[in-house]
Design a protein. Sequence first.
Length: 277
Amino acid sequence: MKKQELTIKETQAISLEILHTIAEICESQQLRYALIYGTLIGAVRHHGYIPWDDDVDIMMPRPDYDKLLAYLKNHIQEYPHLEVFNREECKNYPYMITRISDNRYVIDMANEKPYGMGVFIDIYPYDGLGKTKDEAVKYGLKGDRLSSLCYQATREHFAVETTTSLFRKIAKLPVYLYAKLRGKDCFQDKLEKLARVKDYDSSEYIGCVIWLSWGEKDIFPRKWFDETIMMPFGKYEFRVPKEYDKVLRHEYGDYMQLPPEKDRVGHHFFKVYKKVE
């Protein structure tokens, strides 16, 4: 099979169509979702993608996330170019979030075993974290530790792409070796149980337990997500939290300020190709 590399603009256009399809399903099935992370910044600041961003992120409350996965399991044949990647659907898939992929494309991901994924969007299940901020932080950090071990267990070789400190690199090596010894299934089983302990709708604080990489910045009052509004994103409109300004300032500070030019790069380590027969 020949491969033709795509530009970031081409990748963004494909991801946008996947997002539109998933949003339409959510609307038709009355499932809650909202743009989140860099995709939310893009909607507010650029009315579309951050120009250098290379993926799409949405959040869904856990009950709605589970319903979406059940719907896709029963109706995926209606979307011949789409494929669901998560722990249940793909044995080699290394993450606990779900990715919806367009199978007409293929991704070459650095430091990961290939598992057949194409251009994708990320769907983050948000879980309840408890009634108080202290409870939420303590509970969320348990998930963060497990998630970090799970990530290390899925790496093909020891690497610390985002760590510049030599001391931290050395300190992470035993963690990597321990994670590889135990294997990803050990940590994924624990994460799955942990994520479902607290109910989303009865919690005052929420977050993605299985991907709480920014610590307290990834923990939010649930009321910020209780209502959504429609916001333009490219040629479509999608749901965003009505309190999007509070969400973004909590996580990023002055999110309307562009980063230095040297930091205007994508945060994934992959190349995207179109399959050519």
